[in-house]
Ligand binder design. Structure first.
Ligand SMILES: Cc1cc2nc3c(=O)[nH]c(=O)nc-3n(C[C@H](O)[C@H](O)[C@H](O)COP(=O)(O)OP(=O)(O)OC[C@H]3O[C@@H](n4cnc5c(N)ncnc54)[C@H](O)[C@@H]3O)c2cc1C
Length: 429
């Protein structure tokens, strides 16, 4: 009898953990991703701020799965699902048939109806996003070195981050340290340490998902580091010269977006109504209503736990979802057709503020300061794939910690035009 065909779309945290949890099962797995690498998104901000290189936080999927003879990896973009004929549709029209389907296609940043802001304020989701931001940041300093007009120079040295969740907070801290420590003494006309980093948040506190005392600590640590934090101010305009918020106008050459996410279009592929963030509302066992053979997991799905709280859009939620889908498929193959509700266990929330402070909320214990920073560092090194990368990242961090120097300070993606930072979006290391 032909083996049960499991097609998994997306090799992020969710898709990859489903593949791993299907090891040894009597199935043929096809894993489809439009990129050839698995990306550790929590450290993207370190590529964007020149601390780490791209290959330190991403790994070729083929290499990760080289020993899994049951898995076929395809580099392709999925554009739809033929639900009636049980086939995934690729961009070039090819169809890949499935018996069970796991959609794990993640999310992208969203601009709350202001899509025109994207070209001025890039978000951080892919390696290309990270190297584009790195280019923008470094070019701003280069342009400032050549700028003679003081107002224009000030705008070039003003860095605005919109959204004070973990990504916004981490970017803000790292940009201040890049300016004050890494670039110190290397320019002749400017003092990079005079750069102004402004973190704008529409809500009343930074790190809104954390306990209020940890938010308050993070706010204090950010301000001590030199970040200007503007709370309760929704941004009303983003353009090529700066931002407007709370009745104020701020000229800035570099604006970064860390404010909202929109799920991949899986709901459209399936012909189901999405929630406000574009996510598929799944059944308690993570399947699509009316289609027990289709699972949607991770950032593309929305599900509420018995305690009424939604599963957060974090790496561990996606990983647990992937493992759950694999468990259900295995159980069904063994003849157990009972519905198995997904139970999410929240491990904790972590965020760093520069290279000396962090906040961690494990629920049962809260950590802050350098203890939290070391815990954060060890946890992230543990979750990286590959011993070589663990070693390299640990060494890079140790070097940055001791010397302030960031070695991934390369302006790639074309020649540098220092009179006006550009918005090109091609990848580079
Ligand atoms: C900057 C940043 C920092 C973060 N920090 C943290 C953190 O510190 N801790 C934490 O827990 N979480 C963090 N997250 C969130 C976490 O990364 C996500 O929740 C998690 O990656 C979701 O996993 P996923 O499998 O649903 O999607 P993803 O990991 O995003 O994977 C989706 C995959 O699907 C592929 N794909 C998408 N569309 C298609 C298509 N049409 N065809 C083929 N392939 C496709 C993509 O290429 C990608 O490989 C962070 C996210 C970002 C962006």
């Amino acid at each position: 009898m032909a083996r049960h065909r499991v097609v998994i779309v997306g090799s992020g945290f969710g898709g990859l953990s489903a593949v791993q949890a299907l090891a040894g099962a009597d199935v043929a797995v096809t894993l489809i991703d439009r990129r050839n690498h698995h990306l550790f998104q929590p450290l993207l901000y370190q590529v964007a701020t020149a601390s780490l290189g791209t290959s330190e936080i991403a790994w070729p999927i083929r290499h990760i799965l080289r020993k899994r003879r049951d898995v076929t990896t395809l580099l392709a973009t999925v554009t739809g699902v033929d639900v009636a004929n049980k086939a995934v549709v690729l961009e070039d029209g090819e169809q890949i048939a499935y018996d069970s389907l796991i959609l794990a296609t993640g999310a992208r940043h969203a601009y709350f109806g202001h899509d025109d802001w994207e070209k001025f304020a890039p978000g951080l989701k892919t390696l290309e996003d990270a190297t584009t931001i790195r280019r923008k940041l470094l070019l701003a300093f280069e342009a400032a070195e050549r700028e003679t007009d003081p107002d224009r120079r000030r705008a070039l040295l003003t860095f605005v981050i919109i959204g004070a969740g973990p990504t916004g907070v981490e970017l803000a801290g790292a940009i201040v340290e890049l300016a004050r420590e890494t670039l110190k003494g290397e320019f002749r006309s400017i003092l990079p340490g005079e750069a102004q980093v402004v973190l704008i948040e529409g809500g009343p506190r930074v790190l809104a998902n954390f306990k209020p005392e940890l938010s308050a600590y993070a706010l204090k640590a950010l301000r001590e580091l030199g970040v200007t934090v503007e709370l309760g101010e929704a941004v009303s305009t983003v353009d090529g010269t700066g931002v407007a918020y709370g009745g104020k106008r701020l000229d800035a050459a570099t604006i970064l977006w860390a404010a909202g996410v929109q799920a991949s279009p899986a709901a459209r592929w399936l012909g189901v109504a999405p929630d406000r963030a574009g996510r598929v509302r799944v059944e308690p066992d993570l399947t699509v209503p009316g289609h027990p053979e289709i699972f949607v997991i991770g950032d593309t799905a929305t599900i509420t736990m018995p305690d009424g709280k939604p599963v957060p859009g974090v790496g561990d939620g996606a990983k647990q979802g992937g493992r759950h889908a694999a468990r259900v498929i295995r159980a069904r193959l063994a003849g157990d057709m009972a519905v198995k509700p997904f139970r999410y266990r929240h491990a904790g929330d972590l965020a760093t503020i520069g290279k000396r402070a962090a906040v961690i909320d494990f629920g049962w214990i809260q950590l802050k300061g350098w203890v939290a920073w070391w815990t954060w560092g060890l946890a992230h090194i543990y979750f990286l794939i590959d011993t070589k990368n663990r070693l390299f990242v640990a060494l890079s961090w140790l070097w940055i910690y001791l010397s302030g120097q960031r070695s991934a300070r390369l302006i790639t993606q074309g020649e540098a035009e220092t009179k006006a930072p550009t918005d090109e979006v091609t990848a580079g290391d």
